[in-house]
Design a protein around this ligand. Structure first.
Ligand code: ATP
Length: 252
């Protein structure tokens, strides 16, 4: 059984086939990356997997369960988390508050037990704190924990966005262009974080990325798309040297 299966996925916007019969399998514990020129359909696939968009055809199967039509909040509860290309944090809250909010949104207790602050709620509160502190330690964010997001350098915000997704204890982590806006050194650091997330936390990663150095450093498998259609699939080296991929990137 495949860990995460995308089968003949399609969506049309008006006359545009943004994603047109795309299939791939993501193995548990691997990093799978989708590449392709601008407008190829990469972000649309992420929005289909996160269930923000409704597909016009095809299936999404996660751990053997068909999730093609489940609502977005259920996807998160099943263990799928994502980061956004344009960081989605509360800018005027601290890093710690952002991570606690992510935990609370993910694992809510009932209104009445919260009102009465029952022992179960206290226990859960301790669990939230411990989980968040673990992520802060893991991503080396201790020195920024009380800082407001608005005051943090862009590179640290990007790692905080990663931390926010990790706080929900995902089994599958979707990373939308983790290197966008980062300089060379920060991109190298991001590659280390992604490898640690896979190797030390055992989390499976599905990623959209433009930076080929990062793609080669971290990916087990790569899918290249163009105009919503698959061009090639294989190891990073196989896909990068595939003639169709070279042609698509050179615009030939
Ligand atoms: N909500 C939408 N409404 C209409 N068209 C859309 C919508 N979302 C995406 N598209 C179209 O679908 C196609 C694929 O877009 P998508 O954003 O998925 O590409 P991408 O590969 O992520 O590109 P980039 O690398 O520039 O982010 C494009 O032609 C885009 O204009």
């Amino acid at each position: 059984m495949s860990f995460f299966k995308v089968d003949q996925l399609s969506i049309n916007f008006g006359g545009i086939k943004a994603v047109d019969g795309v299939s791939f399998d993501v193995d548990k514990g691997s990093v799978f990356t989708i590449i392709g020129p601008n407008g190829a359909g990469k972000t649309t696939i992420f929005n289909l997997v996160s269930r923000i968009y409704e597909p016009s055809g095809g299936r999404l199967v996660f751990e053997g369960n068909d999730i093609t039509h489940v609502p977005p909040h259920r996807v998160a509860k099943l263990g799928i988390a994502r980061t956004f290309q344009n960081i989605e944090l509360f800018e005027h809250a601290s890093l710690l508050q952002n991570l606690l909010l992510a935990r609370h949104a993910h694992k809510q207790s009932s209104f009445f037990s919260e009102l009465l602050f029952l022992p179960s709620v206290r226990r859960m509160e301790v669990e939230h704190r411990e989980a968040v502190e673990k992520v802060i330690d893991f991503l080396d964010l201790q020195q920024y924990r009380e800082s407001l997001i608005v005051n943090l350098p862009y590179g640290v915000r990007k790692v905080t966005e990663l931390a926010r997704a990790l706080c929900t204890n995902p089994k599958l982590l979707l990373l939308d262009e983790p290197s966008s806006g980062l300089n060379v050194e920060e991109t190298e650091d991001m590659a280390f974080w992604i490898q640690d997330i896979k190797n030390l936390l055992g989390i499976t990663v599905l990623m959209v990325e433009h930076d080929m150095k990062l793609v080669s450093a971290v990916s087990d498998r790569v899918l290249a798309l163009n105009y919503g259609r698959p061009l090639a699939q294989g190891s990073p080296q196989e896909v990068q040297s595939h003639p169709e991929v070279v042609r698509a990137y050179l615009g030939g």
